[in-house]
Design a protein around this ligand. Structure first.
Ligand code: ACO
Length: 389
């Protein structure tokens, strides 16, 4: 028996407290203009005292369970992706399991930086596809406002808090997860890191004095990595799914920087309306950013049953991940299901050739474009000089 992992419930939670770029101007030496033009962020949500990774996860999960019409007691697996848990031990997933009233349900947390939720989604899907579990709750959540250094303008302007959750259920019909691509390059582990309070720098006065307990990021290194892997991973996963990029209704990328998203979009050759962007309102919510964007895309009616969507993330590790999902929130009817594989089969030879061409073009752009960047800069300054004359 082949099982498929279908998304049947979704929910999000963001704290009520809004921190705008103008508010940040009063905290660090920055400006609304700098933040907007460099990142696309206008505001972000900040957890109130008492709001935590666990409470935000529970709020998002309850909504997802309501949509899926599932009782917490029916849950068979809970995975929470986060890099800013309430405690190092125990895992926030166990606390969420208890607060939901999902007695005895296996629960664990997963750390893969901003990529975490896609890793968790793919992991949960494996349990369902093997027939081990009939459903799973997959949460992406972050409480990063307690992990950033509010005196460091290079990081504190970027991040926000929030939570997004989905329920996966087993289906006998071919739907749900179609393909995935997971990756990691640990040689750049220190490009995005909480250096203090782990085994290398255990808690000490020195760690606190040197502010090693806060997030440190080499923005340039992460930017270069992200622009390379995002387009490459999408090209790879779309090819693996047997679809063409034209078959994809919406790409839902990790919301770290709108310039990174725009570069990837151009390399993939897709129109702006096929990319979900909500970074302006929430900033970078790390593992929560893709599920938050996904839930908003549903709420805004940007995806409809039968659509194929791509999730793509990158982050600490450094890691990356993408997945193609057939979005069928209601169990597909027998007629639609019968139609699905035939349609795919007929279109396959042409699709394969078109995808191979497109994939080669994306991969070429990913490699050639960075080499051309100095030329663009030179052409820009040459134009400016001519204008002045
Ligand atoms: N306000 C004003 N000026 C600033 C600020 C700020 N908030 N931050 C930096 N600057 C200054 C710098 O000091 C620098 O000044 P200088 O030229 O006098 O030295 C100047 O602005 C330019 O700084 P850059 O670092 O070159 O700016 P850049 O255009 O690279 O943008 C940014 C920085 C936004 C951080 C970018 O590198 C980026 O987005 N990188 C990717 C980050 C990312 O995606 N991280 C999340 C990964 S996911 C996860 O797992 C959490």
């Amino acid at each position: 028996m082949t099982w498929y992992a279908r998304i049947t419930g979704w929910g999000k939670y963001v704290p009520g407290r809004v921190l705008t770029n103008f508010d940040l101007e009063k905290i660090v030496d920055t400006s609304d203009e700098w933040i907007r033009t460099r990142t696309g962020i206008r505001e972000r949500r900040i957890a109130a005292p008492g709001e935590t990774c666990c409470s935000m996860s529970v709020a998002a999960a309850q909504k997802a369970l309501e949509v899926a019409r599932l009782n917490p007691t029916d849950l068979e697996l809970i995975i929470v992706a986060t890099s800013s848990p309430d405690y190092l031990v125990p895992s926030v997933a166990s606390m969420v399991q208890d607060r939901l009233g999902a007695r005895g349900t296996p629960a664990f947390s997963l750390v893969a930086g901003c990529t975490g939720w896609v890793y968790a989604l793919v992991t949960a899907s494996q349990f369902i596809q093997t027939g081990a579990y009939r459903n799973a709750l997959v949460i992406g959540t972050e409480h990063l406002s307690v992990g950033v250094d509010w005196t460091d303008r290079t990081t504190c302007v970027l991040f926000g808090d929030g939570s997004g959750a989905v329920v996966l259920e087993a289906s006998e019909q071919p739907t749900g997860l179609m393909a995935f691509d997971l990756g990691s390059d640990g040689s750049d582990y220190d490009a995005l890191i909480f250096p203090g309070c782990g085994g290398v720098h255990p808690p000490s006065h020195e760690v606190i004095d040197q502010r090693l307990h806060y997030l440190r990021m080499d923005g340039h290194r992460v930017f270069k990595f992200a622009t390379r892997v995002m387009a490459d991973s999408v090209a790879k996963v779309v090819t693996a799914s047997g679809l063409t990029i034209d078959d994809i209704a919406l790409i839902i990328p990790h919301q770290a920087n709108d310039r990174i998203i725009e570069l990837a979009r151009r390399r993939l050759g897709v129109p702006p309306e096929k990319i979900m962007v909500n970074i302006d309102r929430y900033g970078n919510t790390s593992a929560a950013s893709i599920p938050l964007a996904f839930v908003e895309a549903i709420e805004e009616g940007r995806i409809k049953p039968g659509d194929r969507v791509v999730f793509v993330g990158f982050g600490a590790g450094l890691t990356w991940a993408s997945a193609v999902f057939h979005w069928e929130p209601q169990e597909p009817t027998a007629i639609a299901v019968a139609d699905w594989p035939i349609r795919e089969r007929l279109a396959q030879p042409i699709a394969r050739a078109r995808t191979a061409l497109w994939s080669a073009r994306v991969s070429l752009a990913t490699r050639i474009e960075p080499l051309l960047l100095p030329l663009y800069a030179f052409a820009g300054s040459y134009k400016k000089r001519r204008k002045k004359k």
